[in-house]
Ligand binder design. Structure first.
Ligand SMILES: C[S@@+](CC[C@H](N)C(=O)[O-])C[C@H]1O[C@@H](n2cnc3c(N)ncnc32)[C@H](O)[C@@H]1O
Length: 325
């Protein structure tokens, strides 16, 4: 059927779709079209001054209320980041196509082709269905994060954990986020009124972190460095030290405990993430923390031990909150 639509370059598609949805003019009964690098987004109206090119076009109608599981006859295994479905490696193309066809806001399906790998902790992905893109805007607890799914680390599965630690932040604190990624911990802490120093070795992640700080109106409280956390720890120490340190680099955070101690001022709280076998969830990690802290002249007080999520059969992602004094 013919409809009024706005024409935007494909890379601005998701932002535009979201903006039109927020304005209440996105026509959800019709399917968005893609042609020659442009998206044609059907709308019911064009608000004054919105500044898009408009035209009239023929659109296919969407089938309403389809559910991917109904179409497939089984529940596909995937997680959603923004409007992108990340399919488990064993899922076939049919699952991706059903997810994009379904009435669920998903516009792209990618298949995860590798484990999280390398120092930058990224995953390889391949396009399965829908719009060809790897960037999306993910919303959690009222915050928005632009994420490039192949270039940076991001998981929606830590949303609750990020909220747990953010809720402990007091205004005026200096927070050092050693392994900040696109900034989900950093932005949440800055929203609570902290001054946040964030570091990451991944250049793209730091670009997006800065963009995300702006997007969430906290850029004046987020200082981001595209540098090794060890180097930034020295800067933090020179500036008077941190009241709180985030160490979200499970598997190798232990190698940075000395840098965390260097950045800390007395009384500093550290949120230390690790992957541990179910037979020894916390004991071994606490021993390592105590040994490094003592070497740096600190005693430790364990404040909390949290099982964040299951990671692999018998292995868990855990967090140890401790104070240095
Ligand atoms: C598990 S991800 C966590 C990202 C973020 N905290 C989050 O929750 O989305 C770890 C991040 O640490 C970064 N990284 C790895 N080694 C680093 C180092 N030596 N210094 C700073 N960042 C590092 C990686 O690039 C990656 O973005």
């Amino acid at each position: 059927m013919e409809s009024l639509c706005v024409r935007v370059p494909r890379e601005e598609g998701e932002e535009t779709r979201q903006r039109l949805a927020d304005e209440g003019v996105l026509n959800r009964d019709l399917r968005i079209q893609q042609e020659d690098g442009y998206l044609y987004v059907p709308v019911t109206d064009v608000p004054d001054g919105i500044g898009f090119d408009t035209e009239r076009r023929e659109f296919e109608e969407r089938e309403t209320q389809t559910d991917a599981a109904d179409v497939l006859g089984y529940e596909p295994r995937f997680e959603t980041v923004g409007d992108v479905a990340l399919l488990e490696p064993e899922e076939d193309d049919e699952a991706g196509e059903a997810l994009v066809e379904a009435d669920n806001g998903i516009v792209t399906a990618l298949r995860v082709e590798s484990k999280v790998e390398g120092d930058e902790r990224t995953r390889r992905m391949s396009h399965v269905a829908g719009e060809e893109k790897t960037t999306t805007v993910h919303r959690e607890y009222g915050r928005e994060f632009v994420v490039d799914l192949t270039d940076v680390y991001f998981t929606p599965r830590l949303a609750e954990e990020r909220e747990r630690v953010a809720s402990q932040v007091n205004g005026g604190e200096t927070v050092f986020d050693m392994f900040a990624g696109v900034g989900p911990f950093a932005v949440a802490a800055a929203e609570r009124g902290a001054h946040v120093v964030a570091s990451d070795i991944n250049t793209r992640a730091v670009e997006l972190l800065r963009e995300n700080a702006e997007r969430n109106n906290v850029s004046e409280r987020v200082e981001a460095y595209n540098e090794d956390a060890r180097e930034v720890a020295k800067l933090v120490a020179e500036e008077g030290g941190a009241d709180r340190v985030y160490m979200n680099l499970p598997h190798t955070a232990d190698e940075f405990l000395d840098a965390a101690c260097e950045a800390a001022r007395s009384g500093c709280v550290v949120h230390y993430y690790d992957i541990r076998h179910e037979d020894d969830l916390f004991g071994g990690a606490v021993k390592e923390i105590r040994a490094v802290a003592e070497k740096a002249g600190y005693e430790i007080e364990i404040l909390d031990k949290v099982v964040v999520r299951s990671y692999a059969p018998y292995d868990y992602n855990v967090c140890i909150d401790f104070r240095l004094f």
